[in-house]
Design a protein. Structure first.
Length: 156
């Protein structure tokens, strides 16, 4: 597998595909106001290098197959920052370690920007088990869009 990770700022031509992937895999299931158009608008704001929000894109053979974002806030607990969000891998490329690689890349970006803790929220209650295998720990429960979410953190 020839996996490469680029900043979204360097590959904005893929925003339409990534917006659709994000909507199909996350948005339509959890966010009441989600749409592909809204995902595109948000991704355009994530086309940054050294400031939040930023998004990293995973490529295999020059085809985008996943993404993850680093943002100041993910809709809850504004006293905590930054947040890993929008971690999504194309279903055809799941279970190949891409999600883990994307998590590591976002952790590295957060650390380079001076943060020592990273947070995330998980809508799907099966997801925390996966993150725990990567060293994350559950630190509580919250709600977003009237859905219960698990809040997790990891030291950088």
């Amino acid at each position: 597998m020839n996996l490469k990770i680029n900043f979204l700022a360097d590959c904005q031509q893929h925003i339409p595909y990534l917006a659709e992937l994000l909507y199909e895999q996350i948005g339509k299931h959890w966010a009441p106001n989600a749409s592909i158009a809204r995902a595109k608008e948000n991704l355009i704001k994530h086309a940054n290098y050294n400031q939040l929000p930023l998004t990293l894109v995973a490529f295999i053979n020059d085809k985008p197959v996943g993404m993850a974002s680093l943002r100041v806030n993910d809709g809850i607990q504004p006293d905590r920052a930054p947040w890993l969000g929008s971690l999504v891998v194309d279903p055809a490329f799941q279970n190949q370690g891409i999600g883990r690689t994307m998590c590591d890349a976002i952790k590295q970006q957060a650390s380079m920007l001076g943060y020592n803790t990273l947070y995330l929220l998980a809508f799907d209650q099966t997801i925390p088990n996966w993150y725990e295998k990567l060293g994350w720990e559950s630190i509580g429960l919250d709600k977003l869009f009237n859905h219960p979410v698990t809040v997790m953190s990891i030291k950088l």
